[in-house]
Design a binder for this molecule. Structure first.
Ligand code: NAD
Length: 257
């Protein structure tokens, strides 16, 4: 038997683009524990891939939502409410920046580039949690994805560093606001993983090499390790944890070089 049984629980997972998406790894870990999933992809272009990925996930619900649209956000939670009745977990695994803003001089960042990256990568957590909380009638757990570029300068990470700093602050403010309702809000800080978003960062390969060389575990992390940490953060094993940023980086963050 799988060691964690969450077969009566329901989750909405935002950010599945393909089989390499961290959101997909999280779906798989939650699915192994028996969680019923609402899997959310961004737009029509991604629909058929999402359908292929999820066809064997019995009982799962496939939904479309672009987080720049308040209407689409409300629509997704309305459908989740109709189908699930209530919600236990929310996973936010979404980020966007214009390609030009993930490389070159940080100071050349445009006003629009700043706005788009911050709106999609950071602001979006707030309406998602607000809407989810209405369905989390028996407490809940929210997990979002961040990176150590929120605190340290990684060449190429540029505007996404600001977005992750904002996102981590939101985690603390949302954890404080929703804690009295037993809704916990945490972030996973993942080491670099080969994904669509990851490969968009200038110098991503070097980042992976540096992590593998310097991390105490002398390797890069796996998608599964992030998925299983999300499972821990959703489950009652982490019932005393909220407002935290949990590093899943093979220990890279403790090293000076
Ligand atoms: N890959 C890494 O190395 C790494 C490391 C740490 C944190 N993260 C974070 O993990 C999260 C997931 O990224 P990933 O690496 O799995 O890449 P990914 O490209 O698979 O996922 C990014 C997701 O964001 C979605 N998205 C972008 N704009 C959107 C919008 N307007 N509305 C709705 N969805 C939108 C995309 O459709 C995609 O599903 C991101 O927050 C990313 O910053 C990634």
């Amino acid at each position: 038997m799988f060691p964690i049984d969450l077969s009566h629980k329901k989750a909405l997972v935002f950010g599945v683009a393909n089989q390499s998406s961290i959101a997909w790894a999280i779906c798989q870990s939650l699915h192994r524990a028996g969680v019923r999933l609402g899997i959310v992809y961004q737009n029509e272009r991604l629909r058929s891939r999402a359908e292929r990925l999820t066809k064997d996930m019995e009982g799962s619900l496939l939904l479309q939502c672009d987080v720049t649209s308040e209407e689409e956000i409300e629509g997704v939670f309305q459908k989740a409410g109709e189908e699930f009745g209530s919600l236990d977990y929310l996973v936010h695994s979404i980020a966007f920046a214009h390609r030009d803003d993930l490389g070159g001089d940080f100071s050349s960042l445009s006003r629009d580039g700043f706005r788009d990256a911050l709106e999609i990568s950071a602001y979006s957590l707030i309406p998602l949690v607000r809407n989810a909380s209405g369905l989390m009638t028996d407490g809940g757990s929210v997990v979002t994805m961040t990176f150590n570029g929120s605190e340290r300068v990684y060449p190429g990470y540029n505007v996404m560093g600001i977005a992750k700093a904002a996102l981590e602050n939101e985690v603390r403010q949302l954890a404080a606001e929703y804690g009295p309702r037993n809704i916990r809000v945490n972030a996973i800080y993942a080491g670099p993983l080969e994904t669509l978003a990851g490969r968009g960062i200038t110098g991503f390969r070097d980042m992976r090499r540096m992590h593998a060389e310097s991390a105490p575990l002398k390797r890069n992390i796996t998608h599964r390790e992030v998925g299983d940490t999300a499972l821990y953060l959703c489950s009652n094993l982490s019932s005393g944890v909220t407002g935290a940023v949990i590093p899943v980086d093979a220990g890279y963050h403790i090293m000076a070089v």
